[in-house]
Design a protein around this ligand. Structure first.
Ligand SMILES: Nc1ncnc2c1ncn2[C@@H]1O[C@H](COP(=O)(O)OP(=O)(O)OP(=O)(O)O)[C@@H](O)[C@H]1O
Ligand SMILES: [Mg+2]
Length: 480
């Protein structure tokens, strides 16, 4: 074997004489950029039909042939999507590797392709956030994620922790290229916002950026690809784009065909949201107003806490502070919450500004009071011992729809023409979440439980709903 090499004019060639001629893929120029890139964390796409899924398959086979013992993991969010995209139909894996199977160099099962050089391409799905747990002991040399916008940030970042070289001997021509992540995707979907934030914003012009350590530290690149970048698509089916244009959700057509990331389809509050009106600079809270907080507790998933102030005279809520962080033990979360309570600026009737000294209380999802089964007290009880004064926010049939409805009501204008709910500019997660949170396609009155930003929406709406549902007098929320 003389070894495998990449590219010449977009052709992935192999110098391995035992690789049949038919396995030598010809990449289109935009796809070739991915092959030739020095980046190690690449996002290819931005529009429909740009040759995204095909590229991932072709590169997985190419690298698996070129690098013995390579472990390639390719993901889609659900199993049916995984199989229908990659294992059935024309140019799916079975068809692409058939020449290798025919010469006895490759074995194929429903979710695995094994090559005779010890390399393996395995197909996976990760539908729920808890599913990432099963990869914790696994090593990915090449991680491929198709339709990244259908994944949550949490799943992606957890899968990325599994990307490492281990004992793999990487041939010199790939020395700085591995371990490698290549993702594909389009605007829309539950991960639209975070993918946009991480890969698209700041990635214009296909520039390669070294990310900071707290964002993975890899060399990142966004390769922006349009349907026109995949001539095969239009050659075979010249009217395909017209069918996309005829789609009912016109907002998304621009996203899918022009790679426009400013559109969000199916967003529940998009029409009600007006950034000019709903976001304001922060100001000290008059001490006659009531302040309370609301929390959606999490450990692996983020804990999201919002501080809400009520201007009763004007019937208006302000979301004045936010905490959004995963990996916090109860005592750490309590410490941060209590510190934030004290850092809120309040002003008295004479305009004097000071830090808040009133003890605050709040509501937290009732699950935080459940027994964890570990023998230690429930997380909310542990926090209450430290002074958080959390009350359980009960869930009941229809409570998600009820919370969504409340949020609609409060985003609307009050008697004075201003919204009944306004956000301080510093509350960045919730300002992102409100205009982009998706509807649950199965229950249109509810938020999508899979939306990346659901935790921020949950904490805010626990607070708003609790305010209406329960008597604050008996709840002993400070000042109410
Ligand atoms: N370099 C190529 N050579 C031959 N065929 C290609 C190439 N790139 C893409 N194709 C073909 O173009 C068609 C669309 O490609 P693919 O399914 O990868 O696009 P996509 O961007 O994943 O589409 P979608 O947005 O629908 O998921 C497929 O039939 C695929 O086989
Ligand atoms: Mg695809």
């Amino acid at each position: 074997m003389r070894g495998c090499m990449a590219r010449s004019g977009g052709i992935v060639e192999s110098e391995d004489d035992s690789v049949p001629e038919e396995i030598r893929f010809k990449l289109h120029p935009k796809q070739t950029i991915v092959l030739q890139s020095v980046a190690t964390e690449i996002f290819y796409g931005g529009s429909l039909g740009a040759g995204k899924s095909w590229l991932l398959r072709a590169l997985s086979i190419y690298y698996a042939l070129a690098i013995p013992q390579l472990q390639v993991f390719i993901f889609r969010r659900t199993f049916p999507e995984l199989i229908s995209t990659h294992m059935s139909g024309q140019s799916s894996y079975p068809e692409l590797v058939a020449p290798l199977v025919n010469v006895g160099r490759c074995q194929l099962t429903q979710t695995e392709i094994r090559l005779d050089n010890g390399s393996k391409i395995s197909l996976h799905h990760c539908q729920n956030e808890v599913d990432v747990g099963k990869y914790l002991g696994v090593e990915f040399h090449l991680l491929l994620i198709d339709e990244l916008t259908s994944f949550t940030r949490y799943i992606y970042e957890t899968l990325r922790t599994r990307v490492r070289l281990g004992e793999l001997k990487v041939p010199s021509q790939f020395a700085h290229k591995f371990p490698l992540i290549i993702c594909s995707g389009c605007p829309g979907g539950i991960g639209h916002q975070w993918v946009r934030e991480e890969f698209v914003d700041g990635g214009q012009g296909m520039r390669v950026r070294r990310m900071s350590k707290d964002r993975g530290g890899m060399l990142r690149q966004f390769v922006d690809a349009l349907p026109e970048d995949n001539p095969t698509l239009l050659l075979n089916d010249p009217t395909y784009l017209d069918r996309v244009r005829g789609q009912a959700d016109k907002a998304m057509v621009g996203g899918w065909l022009r790679g426009d990331w400013s559109v969000v389809s199916g967003a529940m509050f998009a029409a009600a949201w007006d950034r000019q009106a709903h976001v304001c600079d922060s100001f000290p809270i008059p001490d006659s107003w009531q302040i309370f907080r609301a929390c959606d507790d999490g450990y692996s998933a983020p804990s999201s806490v919002h501080w809400i102030a009520l201007d009763r005279a004007n019937d208006r809520f302000y979301c004045i502070a936010e905490l959004y962080q995963s990996g916090l033990l109860p005592e750490d979360l309590a410490r941060l919450v209590l510190a934030r309570d004290r850092s809120i600026l309040v002003t008295d009737g004479y305009g004097r500004v000071s830090q808040n000294t009133t003890r605050l209380a709040g509501v937290i999802d009732s699950a935080a009071f459940s027994d964890t089964g570990t023998g230690s007290p429930a997380r909310a009880n542990q926090m209450n011992k430290l002074g958080c004064d959390w009350k359980p926010c009960e869930k009941y049939p229809g409570s998600v729809a009820h919370r969504a409805q409340k949020l609609h009501e409060y985003l609307a204008r009050g008697r004075d023409g201003r919204p009944r709910l306004i956000f301080f500019r510093s509350c960045v997660k919730i300002i992102q979440a409100v205009p982009s949170i998706l509807r649950n396609p199965d229950k249109p009155e509810e938020f999508s439980p899979h939306d990346e930003l659901i935790h921020a929406i949950d904490s805010l709406t626990y607070g708003l709903n609790y305010w209406r549902e329960r008597s604050f007098k008996t709840a002993r929320l400070t000042g109410i």
